[in-house]
Design a protein around this ligand. Structure first.
Ligand code: PDD
Length: 285
């Protein structure tokens, strides 16, 4: 079956889903995206993703062509039309297609809104049992990483380097400290059982999964410290893990080929993964 995509008001077969070559998302990466997980046909942590979408578009002066309530309805309809059980909904909004390639915002142009789904069994991903390796790369991104912009070339290069090295993610380094993963938030568990993750700022994307995991951990009286950490500290930690809508909580067992702790998937990452999946199931809409 040809999957169904959403493009500017219509549901169309993916093979027929098109936008103009003049679209500013294509020409300038002038757009915002969101990725939300789908579990058992339902959207995971949807309110959090939609709140971040509103914030991101606000930060670049882009008006959504539909209300977030309508966007959630469209996402649900897309899931239903694709009979999607487990995977992700990708959503992108750009400043639309103007007649000319002028840098300033065009007037009277309707933003482009597209959505499509991908199939992925995140809960049963084998890497949750084995863990993944990460490599480190310099963080060469722009200074507003808190905006979920479609300008992802730095992450494409970082994750390509990771893939070429047989690693599952790239951790980006700035001023000697880890900012985040190419498409995930970075965490460690220290020797004295403190969960450490970098605080939100312009340096990182405010991860929805990160936010939920921090709250769920604190509810369970686990110690959480929001501060930056170095690769050296991560290597000396008991455990490391990443969080994202596309992987939930994913254990990290090596950094640049060196083991984290005993080099095996640790109990905290596994526990937080289970807690997150329970939360995701219980709150999905
Ligand atoms: N990426 N940091 C970056 C740079 C990201 O791109 C992502 C998500 C995250 C985690 O955010 P969340 O928990 O809200 O998914 C952190 C998505 C999954 C992607 O680009 O595919």
């Amino acid at each position: 079956m040809d999957p169904i995509a959403y493009v500017n008001g219509s549901f169309v077969p993916l093979s027929e889903a098109k936008v103009s070559i003049l679209d500013r998302g294509f020409l300038f990466a002038d757009g915002i995206y969101e990725v939300a997980a789908v579990l058992d046909g339902k959207l995971v942590d949807s309110a959090s993703h939609l709140a971040r979408l509103e914030r991101s578009v606000g930060e670049i002066g882009l008006a959504l062509p539909e209300s977030v309530a309508r966007i959630e309805e469209l996402q649900k309809e897309l899931i239903a039309r694709n009979q999607l059980d487990n995977g992700m909904v990708y959503l992108q909004v750009t400043r639309g297609a103007d007649k000319s390639r002028d840098f300033p915002f065009p007037k009277g142009v309707t933003p482009t809104l597209i959505m499509f789904v991908t199939v992925k069994d995140i809960v049963n991903a084998p890497s949750a049992k084995t863990g993944i390796g990460v490599i480190t790369v310099p963080d060469i991104r722009w200074a507003r990483r808190d905006i979920k912009s479609v300008a992802l070339l730095a992450q494409v290069l970082a994750k390509q380097a990771a893939a070429a090295a047989g690693a599952g993610e790239a951790w980006m380094i700035e001023d000697g400290q880890i900012t985040e993963g190419g498409s995930s938030s970075a965490f460690i568990l220290t020797k004295d059982d403190v969960i450490v993750t970098r605080p939100n700022s312009n340096a990182i994307l405010p991860g929805c999964t990160r936010k939920a995991v921090v709250a769920l951990a604190e509810e369970r009286q686990l110690k959480v410290e929001e501060r930056a950490f170095t690769v050296e500290e991560a290597l000396k930690a008991k455990e490391a893990f990443i969080t994202s809508a596309s992987a939930f909580v994913q254990p990290v067992v090596t950094i640049d080929g060196k083991p984290v702790g005993d080099g095996r998937v640790g109990p905290m990452a596994t526990r937080l993964r289970e807690i997150y999946i329970d939360f995701a199931r219980a709150t999905a809409v």
